[in-house]
Ligand binder design. Sequence first.
Ligand code: SF4
Length: 459
Amino acid sequence: MKEEIKEQFNFIDKIKSINEGKNLKYNIFTMGCQLNENDSEKIAGMLEKMGYTVTNNVNQADIAIFNTCCVRENAEDKLFGKIGEMKKLKERNGTIIAIGGCMMQEKHIVEKLHNSYPYVDIIFGTHTMHKLPEDIFKVLENRRKVEDIINIDGEIYEGLPIKRTDNSKASVTIMYGCNNFCTYCIVPYVRGRERSRKKEDILNEIKQLAEEGYKEITLLGQNVNSYNGGENYGFAELLRDVNKIDKIEKIRFISPHPKDFSIDVINAIKDCEKVSKIIHLPLQSGSSNVLKKMNRHYTKEQYLELVEKMKKLIPNVVFSTDIIVGFPEETEEDFKDTLDVVKKVEFEQVFMFIYSRRVGTPADRMENQIPEEIKHERFNRLKELVESQIESNNKKYIGTIQKILVEGKSKNNSNMLTGRTDSNKVVVFEGNDELINTTINVKILSQHMWYLKGEIIDS
Ligand code: SF4
């Protein structure tokens, strides 16, 4: 364990003795992607070691953490709305307010926090999250504000405590940062360049999770198929090694980049029986013109060729994707190319986004930004196509038997259990709570837009 982390454990112990017998609570508000959620699990892990326990009600929190994301424009409004609401709470209860994550790497956001929200206690960035115990200690001891942001690429810190939110599925970050600089994306500016964790650290973490009873692992990174675990050890090798770990039943990963999808990775997906056969392959646009302006390094044709190659080599492979509608200068013809790819690939799931400008990115400075009404009109046409495809695609599940890891009770109906097919479709069915975290066979009886309904045929 690095000295810096040992030092943080000392701060954790000091805070724990300050907090002794006070029954203090924490609340974490997490924005954005699974990587951020994984970071929040580490923040929760540190807070629990300091003697705080979780509350879902921020009004009862002694410390409120906001783990921010800056990928979407409306995230800023959302954050400032939430921080505004904290003022009264701060005055009434003295709640410690800490804001961290990607948005804190943006200068204009930090300035706004200083000017308009002076009651915020701690501001920390993406490279200093591991120092949260020290930051909290300074606030408790000296009652002074702390700003802890660095702009150089952070190191990888192993050994932080973690409090996972789920008992059957776990996310494991395999790399940090991104080198791709897609022109619409702020991530490389706020998360820095790519840094891969050591393969031993990843594999040991997963072995530990397997021992703790976790059955499904999602490998996380901004660009997982650029994973670099040393000489001749890339993402394909990592998938093969994770596949060998006993008691892990399902392996998923998010997100790969189409330009880095090597034949080695395709073969590893084919050969590894635990690796899910749904591939998330972010398209972003179906137009080669737009893809060039996005700096994505593939064309429409190359994307479709890759899909065909995978369909040929990996039995039963299916795809999900991300699409941005209304990128600057996107013409009607460009948009039709996107619809064309959607028709051809028949994705199982499409995460659709309306392009939103991010300060500091090249796309924000491009001329010919698309008017909002055109963006929305295109978005609705894409949504209509995607939904009609999903509806007809879901029908193919009816009558099939799906192996499902039971994740828990359905959020919408606590009398039902829920899990996912290999292709990541939500399935709900009746069953006893004892089945949670076991793998069972479910026969699909009916399809609905966002889920399938089934019945257990054995257990
Ligand atoms: S690959 Fe592109 S979209 Fe993904 S994080 Fe990197 S820059 Fe952003």
